[in-house]
Design a binder for this molecule. Structure first.
Ligand SMILES: [Zn+2]
Length: 376
């Protein structure tokens, strides 16, 4: 939490293009079309499947379209009732963006725009009803890791009889209170370094009575950075790196002991993890930034961390690797960096930071950066 600077939202786009309609996929109807807006939530889960929640018993249509040359394929789903407003949500990996549109006054259209070159087999795409108000579409053949967790709305709210209840600036679908990842560790794709050679200190900021920044939906910086920090440590340890954490639970640790730990054990590098915040009235401010105190190795460390964090954070502003004078990076005697992994008050960043799946990606990004720095 080091609030400063102001950045605008990344540009939103609306696409309108003509292309060949290749296949009409699915038409499932349990009950007559329900009057009013019917889409209440959507998300990509960690298996890479699209899940949507709707009013119960509605009729839903899904379509597929091969893009023209230079454009990617597109999948869209039409539901009864119009959204209160149309919008575009930046996505990641093979999914370029998700749009909530209104093709006519009585229809909500959820559009998935994939990157050019993405191969989808329309014969394998099915929108399957899993409950009276839930649907799922699997994208076979796409690696699930190539889809970033994005979404809007609440999958756990009680069923409502009507109305558009999804909000772009809502708390997303994450679980803001959890501090552990439900995902298995998978360090297989991480760079290698000589085992037993390096000592690293990971510093999850704040803790205990100091929650750090508190953002949308009560999202607490301390929970986010502890979860990510613990996972970074596990990932590095699996690569034979000796890791010390300045804290491993929700306790308050002052700044000098954090620095002293790193200096006393002769750590090769020190990385402090934080999440940013501005005002709750500025959900338009999002972005990732990484600080270093001095140029040279600390600057290189900050740059590679920033680069890796941005690689898993598409659509949020890149605020860069930049000089800063914060205590923990100023007083440590080894190369050090302080990463602000997103804004808990930002409409793009907060739902992601609340999502354990996204925190896993942050941890993989930080671990990858550290290993790259140690063994370029
Ligand atoms: Zn902080």
């Amino acid at each position: 939490m080091i609030p400063r600077f102001r950045f605008g939202r990344t540009g939103l786009r609306t696409a309108g293009r003509s292309a060949l309609l290749v296949a009409l996929l699915t038409l499932l109807a349990e009950l007559p079309a329900w009057a009013g807006s019917s889409l209440s939530a959507w998300r990509f889960n960690r298996e890479g499947s699209l899940e949507i929640r709707t009013a119960p018993g509605i009729q839903v249509q899904a379509f597929f379209e091969e893009g023209p040359p230079g454009k990617g394929p597109r999948v869209w789903i039409d539901l009864p009732g119009a959204p209160s407003r149309t919008r575009t949500v930046p996505a990641g990996g093979v999914l370029r963006e998700v749009r909530i549109g209104k093709p006519d006054p009585g229809t909500t259209r959820l559009v998935l725009e994939f990157q050019p070159g993405t191969r989808l087999d329309p014969r394998q795409l099915r929108l399957v009803g899993t409950a009276r108000d839930r649907w799922r579409m699997d994208f076979q053949g796409l690696p699930s890791r190539s889809l970033l967790a994005v979404g809007e709305g609440d999958f756990d709210a009680p069923v409502r009889s009507g109305g558009w209840i999804s909000r772009n600036t809502g708390s997303g679908f994450g679980n803001s209170g959890r501090t552990t990842s439900p995902l298995p560790l998978n360090p297989a794709g991480l760079p290698s370094v000589p085992r037993g050679r390096y000592r690293v200190v990971i510093d999850p900021g704040h803790g205990g009575p100091d929650p750090g920044a508190v953002g949308i939906g009560g999202l607490r910086e301390t929970n986010v950075v502890l979860d990510v920090g613990l996972q970074v440590a596990q990932l590095l340890q699996a690569r034979g790196v000796s890791v010390s954490l300045t804290r491993t639970s929700e306790v308050d640790v002052d700044l000098p002991p954090r620095v002293a730990l790193a200096n006393n054990i002769g750590a090769h590098l020190f990385v402090s993890l934080h999440a940013n915040a501005l005002s709750m009235s500025r959900p338009d401010v999002n972005g990732v930034e990484t600080f270093y105190f001095q140029g040279g190795n600390s600057q290189r460390l900050a740059s590679v961390i920033q680069q890796q964090l941005m690689a898993v954070s598409p659509g949020t502003p890149d605020r860069g690797a930049r000089p800063g004078r914060f205590y923990v990076i100023r007083r440590t005697t080894m190369p050090s960096a302080l990463a602000e992994m997103g804004f808990v008050t930002g409409s793009i960043d907060a739902p992601r930071l609340a999502d354990p799946n996204f925190r896993r990606r942050l941890a993989l990004a930080v671990a990858t950066a550290i290993l790259e720095y140690l063994n370029p």
